[in-house]
Design a binder for this molecule. Structure first.
Ligand code: PGA
Length: 252
């Protein structure tokens, strides 16, 4: 049985007060989350310590950052290191989100360094892959996603790879209200799993592969019912506790 995961990517939203309220509302409803589903929240850096305190020792929901530095420590003004995240403590970090790739020039090479840094500090990466609309329309999507995987995940040792969570996020579906159909999601997730198996064999069977891109309470059940869709990375809908919890409750 593969892990089932629903992670909320808050992006650059909420003040600390709003983030506290959102977390408290999630905690209030957390008993509705089916057993065996791992819930994760990914607030902005400034909120992590406060929200870690609200969550407490249960580590439920799990706590994720939205990025970390490639460097270890030192003169990198404005950066936040993986060791700092581990000291919060944060258990996860989102890496390779399309917004980081597009607006901040994060390449596969940089992402490999970040992933290795996170893993060296005991933090599990949620590694995002996905194609832009043009690439899908020109039938390049499998090629794009396979090179994102080849240039990053294939460079990891199997023992490190075991800790990785993959998120397939078609860029044309992020924040657009336009979701991939569950057929499109399943097709890509199955492709990713078989591609991962080329390098990691049986381990690929246990890799959680999440879908992201306008996932909401009305479409989560259909997406999560697909055999290779192991949960979701949720943006907009994770900012409302009720919607986020409803999505987590969408596993059959
Ligand atoms: P969305 O974002 O759910 O708002 O489309 C998903 C993501 O970017 O992780």
């Amino acid at each position: 049985m593969r892990e089932k995961i629903v992670a909320g990517n808050w992006k650059m939203n909420t003040t600390i007060r709003e983030g506290k309220e959102l977390t408290e509302n999630i905690l209030r409803g957390i008993s509705s989350v089916p057993a065996g589903v791992t819930l994760i929240v990914a607030p902005p850096f400034t909120h992590l310590s406060t929200i870690s305190g609200i969550i407490g020792n249960t580590k439920n929901p799990g706590l994720s950052a939205q990025n970390c530095a490639a460097g270890e420590k030192g003169a990198f003004t404005g950066e936040v290191s993986a060791a700092m995240l581990a000291s919060v403590p944060c258990q996860y970090v989102i890496l390779g989100h399309s917004e980081r790739r597009e607006y901040y020039g994060e390449t596969n090479e940089i992402l490999l360094e970040k992933i290795q840094r996170a893993l060296a500090n005991g933090i599990r990466p949620i590694f995002c892959v996905g194609e832009v609309l043009e690439e899908r329309e020109s039938n390049m999507h499998f090629q794009v996603v396979s090179s994102q995987i080849r240039e990053v995940l294939f460079k990891l040792d199997p023992d490190d790879f075991k800790k990785v969570i993959v998120a397939y996020e078609p860029v044309w579906a992020i924040g657009t209200g336009k979701t991939a159909t569950s057929e499109q999601a399943q097709e890509m997730h199955a492709f990713i799993r078989s591609f991962l198996a080329e390098s990691f064999e049986d381990l690929a069977n246990s890799t959680p592969i999440l879908y992201g891109g306008s996932c909401k309470p009305s479409n989560a059940a259909e997406l999560f019912a697909r055999p290779d869709v192991d949960g979701g990375l949720i943006g907009g809908a994770s900012l409302k506790a009720d919607d986020f919890l409803a999505i987590a409750g969408s596993f059959a």
